[in-house]
Design a protein around this ligand. Sequence first.
Ligand SMILES: [Zn+2]
Length: 429
Amino acid sequence: MDESDPQTQVRSSEMIQDLEFTVELLKIYYDKAFPYDKMFDWLSYFKVSKKQNRLQSLEDGVDSEYFYNREFSFTLENDVYCRYLCFKNPTDLKDALVSRTPHKIDIGAIFNIPPKNHLITEKKVFIPLEKEMVFDIDMTDYDNVRTCCTGAKVCKKCWAYMACATQVINNVLTQDFGFSSLLWVFSGRRGIHCWIGDESARQMTNEMRSAVTEYLFLATGNEMGGGFDLGYPLHPMHQRAYKFLSKRFEQIVIIDQDLLAHEAHQKKFLKLLPQNVANELQSRMNRAQTSQEKWKLYKDTLDKLHASGKTASQKHDPIMIKLVFTYLYPRIDANVSKGINHLLKSPFCIHPKTGKVCVPFDPMTVDNFDIQNVTTLSKVINDIGNSKDGSIPCLKESLAVFQTFLNKLKADSQNELKKYKEKEQSTDF
Ligand SMILES: [Zn+2]
């Protein structure tokens, strides 16, 4: 077969189109496409042992203790789960991925010793020391407010819920906690992950992780009961979230999801309203057809009640606050965030069910993230087949997002080193 013959290349590309996920393709992906050096830069946080300082590690070939003491876990074919794996350097990781071709890779904590040695030490001295704080949001937690898809399906319309969650959480983490190194990743099917790479986040205890999680977590949407009161005036964080989300409520919930046109959703909506508003509205709403018509009736009814002084003034609109927080506030999986020892799927895994790559994305442009055209394993394999210089165009954008995150980590690490040296010099006289 002549590889340089364009006809042959087109044919081989076409053949791959229908194969979404096979061990053979995965092996090629791990061999040619997985970004080992970037993953090493990330997980070593540029804490690399210097060549002259051989004593830093008792084992040969360890490029970074920080990387080596990190737990990886693999889920192999047939759901065989292997924990406490660790790797000395990018080559070591590559050898393992290519030979074992895990269907899923998870990343855990950095321990006091290399995790693979956990059985040959006393259990009490095997301790997780550091890990990024993480957030996990799953689309299935929005099943009670979406009409376009259910279960594992996600489309542009329901991605809007994820885009809202991303922007609210990103804002809180940067504004209220001062974190600046956030990596946002699409999980490959129906979820998103956020990794906080700041040193102060990596060093947080479980108690601190719980405190940050509780600050963000509201059970407003998960139950849909509306039985919550955020108080007045709103907490400044809730106020900011409200300001952001309320502008999007009508487009996402009323128009795109066409929610009120569905009887069950209309029922839930009415339950969230004060009794007098719901009574006034119920029979009129049943006569309207579309969600938008019903929403207009709601607004008209509210205006009427405001005018007659039967509800609070519009300046502080407790009903709208309830609706916005119930439908649009982020629904985070709190347990994932609270534990230092919680593993989370690695970026650049391939989701076995969709063939999609877990790609990092930019939270600033999350509204435009094209969920239905995320790069797949077969696209990557096609690009590898067509590439003359080893570059993989379909991964370019997500690798650039990842690199931006890494550049920030590198700058932080250099600043730390500089401060440390200055401190050393000032005391060294
Ligand atoms: Zn959808």
